[in-house]
Design a protein around this ligand. Structure first.
Ligand code: NI
Length: 383
């Protein structure tokens, strides 16, 4: 996820970016640093005061950096002025779900009540030559320009009307930014879960065969849903086991003793008994290795159910044919897989929540196979 933080001068863009860096560990890029680097290195004849021309000069560079971060699935906060009102037009459609935007502006009331503080602050951080020119009307006009320019385009403008904004922390803002339904894959705000998500995205970077990072994220969501109905289940164990359950899948990796999963846990200070419980839950997920065996822990049972749920229903059908196509398997061959495995899963669910969720998914697969047989004559049963 890339977060663009822009807004009027002295509204606290840098402070907000810094807080997010500390709390959520997203690195940030200061457009001001980029600007000064370009100016001081003599790469441009523009000066810090050529505001308009600087937007035209800097934005294409910043935009290129955001595109690169998005393609590499790297998280980044971009903070500064010089973001055009129509910034969305600079990106192809498919990049936009990965970019969040926020603009900060003061209300007129805040400027009236706190003008001296804004002035003193401007002086302290920038030693601006024209700080003496800073007038209440000028500050109001600048803030109005941001508010109107961005809100007319339906952008998210956060109005600052009290100093409490700066002491209240960033959690609520983060919540708003990260719960945008435009990109459900980005909804987690827990830093450990975020890290695990990034870790598996890197691991599965080149795999699209159905065992990708998106699968692990769906298993994680299924696990959290199932765990809600299981009071004895330690959600933090189940969450990490779900996210990391394919990190050492033998079809994709030739690691031993859950090397990839353990590397992540060790790096995050999760060791000893807790790490073993997570690895144990991961190892109880595999269908082929555990045929007929019920995991010994509730976390293992929850994650196994969560993984099996993602193998059935509409998503199961999609994954089966995606995997089959990727491995040169015919449609008939993929249909066989339903009878060998997928249609058996419903009766193997461990938890009540998963049994209920599996019912409708199972019925959908049966209806699909019936329709496929009707349209094409392809039927696993007859082979
Ligand atoms: Ni899996």
């Amino acid at each position: 996820m890339v977060i663009i933080i822009t807004g009027a001068s002295h509204t606290g863009k840098t402070l907000l970016a810094q807080r997010m860096l500390e709390k959520y560990r997203y690195p940030y890029l200061s457009v001001d640093h980029l600007k000064m680097g370009l100016i001081r290195s003599g790469n441009t004849a523009l000066t810090p005061y050529d505001d308009e021309a600087l937007t035209g000069y800097l934005w294409p560079i910043v935009c290129g950096m955001i595109k690169t971060a998005t393609e590499n699935r790297q998280d980044l906060i971009v903070e500064g002025c010089y973001v055009p009102f129509d910034w969305r037009g600079s990106f192809p459609e498919e990049y936009l779900p990965h970019i969040r935007f926020i603009c900060l502006a003061f209300t007129e009331g805040y400027i009236d009540a706190h003008f001296e503080e804004i002035r003193a602050h401007a002086c302290a951080i920038e030693a601006r030559l024209f700080v003496d020119d800073l007038t209440k009307e000028g500050v109001k006009a600048e803030n109005r320009r941001y508010l109107e320019g961005f809100s007319q385009r339906g952008e998210n403008v956060v109005m600052i009307d009290s100093p409490a904004f700066y002491t209240g922390g960033t959690a609520a803002l983060w919540e708003r930014l990260s719960s945008d339904p435009a990109d459900p894959a980005e909804e987690e705000a827990d830093p450990l879960i975020e890290d695990a998500r990034r870790y598996i995205e890197r691991l599965f970077m080149n795999d699209r065969g159905g065992h990708d990072a998106a699968h692990s994220l769906r298993v994680y969501r299924n696990a959290m849903e199932i765990a809600s109905g299981e009071p004895g289940c330690d959600k933090s164990i189940a969450a990490l086991a779900a996210l990391l359950h394919d990190a050492d899948d033998h079809k994709l990796f030739s690691t031993e003793n859950n090397y990839n999963a353990r590397a992540f846990l060790t790096e995050h200070g999760i060791e000893g008994g807790e790490a073993e419980r997570i690895v144990d839950a991961i190892n109880s997920v595999s269908f082929s290795r555990n045929r007929g065996r019920t995991p010994g822990t509730i976390e293992g049972r929850v994650v196994q159910d969560a993984d099996r749920l993602d193998a059935i229903g509409a998503v199961g059908i999609a994954r089966t044919f995606a995997y089959g196509g990727g491995h040169g398997r015919s449609i008939e061959g993929s249909v066989e897989h339903f009878y060998d495995k997928l249609l058996l899963l419903k009766d193997l669910m461990n938890t009540d929540a998963a049994k209920t969720l599996a019912e409708s998914r199972h019925a959908f697969m049966e209806a699909f196979l019936e329709e496929l047989a009707f349209e094409t004559g392809i039927s696993g049963k007859s082979l």
